[in-house]
Design a protein around this ligand. Structure first.
Ligand code: C5P
Length: 400
């Protein structure tokens, strides 16, 4: 017997999020589970049965009766599983589950199932907030179903709100928890702290000095670490990006707030990714309340901020510290190496901000990962997600 292998039934219903069921199936099979999929007729408009059949290695069950000759008791066989997950679950399916209606194979399997049930709803946000759906979801939860609420963002209908099915890796991790199976990512249980975005240094109540950092690299690192099993906290400085369920976000604005948040969080971290662009200067004597009046000339005096990561290094923080050096041109590679030493870092990631196609605000990056022992790992132009995974490969190797 394979130690952590369980029999799981994945029910897929008719929502655009059905396309995400394939990613969930891949994670479940990848973790060693035996997976069987049931698709409702409506779901077949969004994803054909071949996708989940090839991922699971079993034909996809779609109907109670008819051509699937031995299907007469299919719902009973399927119900003898270790877990039933319905992802995505539409308002229609949730309503029928709550009412005990069994007019398709998935619903009949749900009623016959004597195992944990995990439900990941997906629908328009007005539907999600409709009192009928609220009541049905509450009833399912009261009867023991594990509900993984939808996330917020752009919905397929073009509206923005909550209703997007939770991401497959979040559903996967919840399933592993429900099954009591240890997650087997290479950052399993590692506590990761990421800073992301660009700090703002106020001039007065309405104006500030900031930089072009979008936070995309930091968020990509956080999501990659999470998908590999880490417990992740992000200290986010002014990032206009979707925040992912399962990850904890602490929103801050200024470099002083960044410092205070880090001091609070750092002791509970095994790895720090200092990806934020922290302002090097703040305004001396800035006016906290009010707005500076227009004049012929205003002199702003800028004074250095505290170099946060250096000050943490001096405190002998036990975790691994990874810094980022945004430098103008590859001629400055050695400057990044100096920062590795000066800032007491274990690793530094160099990226060239002279190129418009990578780095700031872009979805792509090209990086050189430098470690204290002089080994450089070059990652040629790739998505920030890919770069994040390559950085985490180095961190995972160091930790092990
Ligand atoms: O700006 P600089 O190139 O020195 O940034 C290198 C690293 O130092 C980055 O990881 C950045 O987050 C960190 N840093 C910091 N505090 C500052 C400025 C930068 O921790 N005031």
């Amino acid at each position: 017997m394979i130690p952590n292998r369980r029999h799981i039934v994945l029910g897929v219903t008719g929502s655009i999020a059905a396309v995400k069921a394939a990613a969930l199936a891949r994670l479940l099979v990848g973790a060693g589970h035996d997976l069987r999929a049931i698709q409702t007729a409506a779901s077949l408009h969004f994803i054909g049965p071949a996708a989940l059949a090839s991922l699971s290695g079993h034909p996809v069950a779609t109907q109670m009766f008819g051509e699937e000759a031995d299907a007469t008791f299919a719902h009973i066989d399927l119900a003898r599983s270790d877990l039933l997950v319905i992802a995505p679950a539409t308002a229609n399916t949730i309503g029928k589950m709550a009412a005990g209606i069994a007019d398709n194979l998935l619903l009949a399997t749900y009623l016959a199932a004597d195992c944990p049930v995990v439900v990941a709803p997906a629908m328009n946000h007005h539907m999600w907030h409709h009192p009928a759906v609220r009541d049905n979801v509450a009833l399912l939860a009261q009867r023991g179903a594990v509900i993984i609420p939808p996330g917020t963002g752009q919905l397929a209908c073009g509206e923005v709100g909550d209703g997007r099915m939770a991401e497959p890796d979040l559903i996967f991790r919840r399933i592993q928890e429900v099954l009591g199976v240890k997650f087997t990512g290479d950052l399993d249980g590692v506590r990761v702290l990421v800073t992301a975005g660009g700090t703002r240094e106020p001039i007065d109540s309405v104006r500030f000095i900031t930089n072009r950092s979008s936070g995309k690299m930091g968020f990509a690192l956080a999501e990659a670490a999470y998908s590999r099993g880490a417990e992740v906290t992000v200290i986010a400085a002014n990032c206009n990006l979707a925040q992912k369920q399962g990850i904890r976000y602490v929103n801050i604005v200024t470099s002083e707030e960044m410092h205070a948040a880090l001091e609070k969080e750092i002791d509970a971290a095994d790895v720090l990714f200092m990806a934020a662009a922290v302002s090097d200067y703040k305004v001396s004597g800035m006016q906290t309340m009010g707005k500076l009046e227009r004049k012929d000339k205003i002199d702003l005096q800028l004074i250095p901020t505290r170099d946060i990561v250096s000050s943490l290094g001096k405190n002998n923080i036990s975790g691994l510290k990874v810094g980022f050096a945004a430098e103008f041109g590859t001629a400055n590679l050695e400057r990044a190496r100096q920062k590795l030493r000066q800032k007491h870092l274990d690793m530094i990631v160099f990226n060239d901000i002279s190129r418009p196609d990578i780095g700031f605000e872009s979805d792509e990056n090209e990086i050189t990962i430098m470690t204290g022992d002089g080994r450089d790992v070059f990652v040629s132009k790739a998505s920030k997600e890919e770069c994040a995974h390559r950085i985490i490969d180095q961190v995972a190797a160091t930790l092990s």
